[in-house]
Design a protein around this ligand. Structure first.
Ligand code: FES
Length: 87
């Protein structure tokens, strides 16, 4: 379990192991635009303001992954205890 903080909407949401970031946020009322929900289309791409993503998508380039600036929250998770997203 890790926490996601949404910088613009001011929420803090716990993401359990069996739940995607996007699903946990939707349950808390923060909608992320979704399409494939498999980490391939790029629709859900979100800016990361703080924390280290655990990338599980097939969208980002190696450089984008290394920058820790973007995440695909339909599949990716966190290596840090919390992630702050631009949502
Ligand atoms: Fe397609 Fe996340 S919804 S990559």
């Amino acid at each position: 379990t890790f926490a996601v903080v949404t910088a613009r909407s001011g929420r803090r949401v716990d993401v359990p192991p069996d739940c995607s970031i996007a699903t946990a946020l939707a349950r808390a009322g923060v909608e992320v635009p979704l399409s494939c929900e498999q980490g391939v289309c790029g629709m859900c791409m979100t800016r990361v303001l703080d924390g280290i993503p655990d990338h599980r998508d097939d969208v980002l380039s190696a450089a984008e992954r290394a920058s820790n600036d973007l995440i695909l929250p339909c599949v990716s998770r966190a290596k840090s205890a919390s992630l702050t997203l631009d949502l």
